[in-house]
Design a binder for this molecule. Structure first.
Ligand SMILES: Cc1cc2nc3c(=O)[nH]c(=O)nc-3n(C[C@H](O)[C@H](O)[C@H](O)COP(=O)(O)OP(=O)(O)OC[C@H]3O[C@@H](n4cnc5c(N)ncnc54)[C@H](O)[C@@H]3O)c2cc1C
Length: 453
């Protein structure tokens, strides 16, 4: 028998995905749920809240609108409540600054009474007699243990910074990651030379942020990518159709090797930087050509293969600055290179790791030979396919829709349907104009793979 005191679901982690779920479930009186986050409050990738940088998704990709445009948690309602909707209308800029998106999410979180911040989840287990999960951990403000019982779980703990293997020998290599950029910025700007590794959106944002100040502080700047050139993310409208539910379902049904091949081929969509930013960088470099800027170098094709810290010595003298020797191989010529830098920023992306607190329910979860979740099409990972749902872990199972803020409402509508057993936020079924494989009634008759007539 179910323990009736148990919540219908407990959600772990309150990033944008579970915050959206909290907003969408807040209007359902018959659904009892609680949302736990170890942070002191909502704060969206604080190390990357660089002045002026924007979301890559239009404001309609807020917490609720794509599921329920009438929701009181919409971005438009936030502006209305702030008394600034008219300014937004006149401004006509639909790509919110990240700092603004963060303020909006904080506003939404402050209007919900079932979010518990300072709740660090450390253990999840299953109580078979009651058919419930127990979620336990430490309430960090008062250092007290807590525990909740739930019939279902939605885990949304986000991704972890990816630190390349060649940095393993560097003490606290994780601190060099872009996710710590703003905390390190003032110290970086005291260096003689800074190297930014990574040509994606975060790398471009950091490079541009440092570039604009390079004359003032006098540091040299190298921007390095292993890609064959610095390129823009593909955003053609028909390409963006692969960021939709139809495509997610099509992709999910493919076999693993095909999925891996496609993910590699789609790099031009999820890697690279946005065009406006690339243009700004180019224009800045051109405008500064006649000024006496410290040396700026942009180096594609450079694959970082080794990093060594050079200790507390700088130019032969003891110094507070710890520099780095970096070794690269040029991807096209095969030539090896070494350079020294005083400041280093690694914009090397993020990856999903199954959290250690899930170990207690591994026997109820389907995972592959590497221990990664085997996620079903409805984002569940438990053996019954209806109890444990995971946000933002499905890059390899569902493709690019996984981490896209624009698809958050779609996934949350479907997860809510699975949990509650009814359609609350109707799901649009034909998203794309293109058919990723011909539909039954399309006049295209399947002949089976490898059949020739
Ligand atoms: C800098 C940056 C910018 C991005 N911009 C965009 C964009 O413009 N458009 C787009 O579509 N995508 C964007 N993304 C991708 C993606 O949308 C974001 O990464 C998004 O934050 C993912 O949300 P999330 O809810 O999965 O996780 P997160 O935002 O990472 O939140 C996870 C939460 O889980 C909590 N948590 C972790 N472990 C525990 C635990 N044990 N107990 C309790 N709580 C825990 C953390 O405290 C955190 O609050 C961006 C990513 C980055 C890094």
């Amino acid at each position: 028998m179910y323990n009736d005191a148990a919540y219908d679901f407990v959600a772990v982690g309150v990033g944008p995905f579970n915050l959206g779920l909290a907003c969408l479930s807040s209007t359902l009186p018959d659904v009892r749920c609680v949302f736990l986050d170890k942070g002191a409050g909502f704060n969206w990738h604080p190390g990357m809240l660089i002045d002026g940088v924007t979301l890559q998704s239009p404001f309609l990709a807020d917490l609720v609108t794509m599921a329920d445009p009438t929701s009181p948690f919409s971005y438009l309602n936030y502006r209305k409540q702030q008394g600034s909707l008219f300014n937004f209308f006149v401004r006509e800029n639909y790509y919110l600054e990240r700092q603004e998106y963060n303020r909006y999410c904080q506003w939404a979180a402050s209007r919900l009474d079932n979010i518990r911040f300072n709740h660090d989840v450390q253990q999840v287990d299953y109580i078979p007699e009651q058919r419930v999960y127990r979620i336990s951990g430490i309430e960090t403000q008062h250092n007290k243990p807590f525990s909740f019982l739930a019939k279902k779980l939605v885990i949304g703990v986000g991704m972890k910074p990816r630190v390349p293997d060649c940095l393993r020998s560097v003490a606290n290599g994780i601190n060099l990651h872009s996710s710590h950029y703003l905390k390190n910025k003032a110290r970086l700007q005291q260096q003689k030379k800074i190297t930014v590794i990574g040509g994606g959106q975060s790398g471009a944002e950091i490079f541009y942020d440092l570039l604009k100040d390079s004359e003032k502080f006098g540091y040299q700047l190298d921007w390095v990518t292993r890609a064959p050139r610095f390129f823009q993310m593909e955003t053609a409208k028909l390409t963006l159709e692969i960021l939709c539910g139809d495509y997610g379902s099509y992709f999910h049904a493919l076999d693993k090797p095909t999925k891996q091949k496609i993910i590699e081929e789609q790099k031009s969509v999820y890697c690279g930087a946005n065009q406006t930013l690339i243009d700004s960088i180019y224009d800045f470099l051109d405008t500064s050509r006649h000024r006496n800027l410290p040396r700026v170098q942009l180096l594609p094709c450079m694959n970082l293969i080794n990093v060594e810290q050079d200790g507390n010595f700088h130019n032969g003298a003891a110094s507070d600055s710890q520099g780095f020797f970096l070794q690269f191989v040029h991807n096209q010529t095969g030539e090896h290179y070494q350079t020294h830098t005083d400041g280093l920023v690694l914009s090397s992306g993020h990856l999903y790791e199954v959290p250690a607190f899930m170990e207690g329910v591994f026997d109820r979860i389907e995972r592959d030979e590497q221990g990664k979740y085997l996620q079903k099409e409805n984002w569940s990972v438990d053996i019954h396919g209806r109890e444990i749902f995971i946000q933002n872990a499905g890059f390899e199972s569902h493709g690019l829709i996984n981490q896209d803020l624009g698809m958050s409402c779609y996934r949350n509508s479907r997860i809510l349907r699975e949990i509650v057993g009814r359609d609350i936020y109707p799901i649009e079924h034909r998203f794309a104009f293109q058919s990723f494989s011909p539909a039954k009634d399309s006049g295209w008759e399947p002949l089976g793979s490898g059949v020739r007539r």
